[in-house]
Design a protein around this ligand. Structure first.
Ligand code: SF4
Ligand code: SF4
Length: 137
């Protein structure tokens, strides 16, 4: 190879190396390299508040034993297999005292003790809500 050819070859080699470096070095500002990393702002995802008003009365599908007399009307009382009194439930599992249009208790003032003690937001409540999330209104 002549000296002139060797010089050209060296020049091409350097040019190629420069092109390669500029393509993969973020600081060069070249359009070929990846955009510099920026911090993506985090969006806080908050759980919707647990409240009976956003719940399809999930807990009113549970069996409710009548262990005290709170004045539940007879038509809503059933007997379980052991002769104990329970709230009557319809074929789909919901308590017969539940208003299916409003999903509210129609005997709220006379609801059984167990219903009174079932706490909104408690573990059992959260479990019931999880069970039928698609039924939320
Ligand atoms: S107590 Fe819990 S499960 Fe029962 S209606 Fe209220 S939010 Fe729903
Ligand atoms: S008595 Fe009322 S609160 Fe208790 S399960 Fe029936 S509808 Fe729900």
């Amino acid at each position: 190879m002549s000296l002139r050819c060797a010089c050209w070859a060296l020049l091409w080699q350097r040019l190629l190396r420069l092109a390669f470096i500029s393509a993969f070095t973020p600081e060069t500002g070249s359009a070929l390299h990846c955009a510099p990393m920026t911090n993506i702002p985090l969006t806080e995802i908050t759980e919707p508040a647990v409240t009976c008003s956003t719940c399809a009365a999930c807990c009113c599908q549970l069996e409710v034993m009548l262990i005290t007399d709170t004045g539940v009307p007879e038509r809503f009382i059933d007997n379980d297999d052991w002769g104990g009194e329970v709230m009557l439930r319809l074929d789909d599992g919901w308590c017969a005292a539940l208003d299916r249009n409003t999903m509210m208790c129609t005997i709220y003032e006379n609801r059984p003790l167990i219903c009174r003690e079932f706490e909104m937001g408690d573990v059992e409540c959260l479990n019931e809500r999880k069970g039928i999330t698609t039924a939320y209104r």
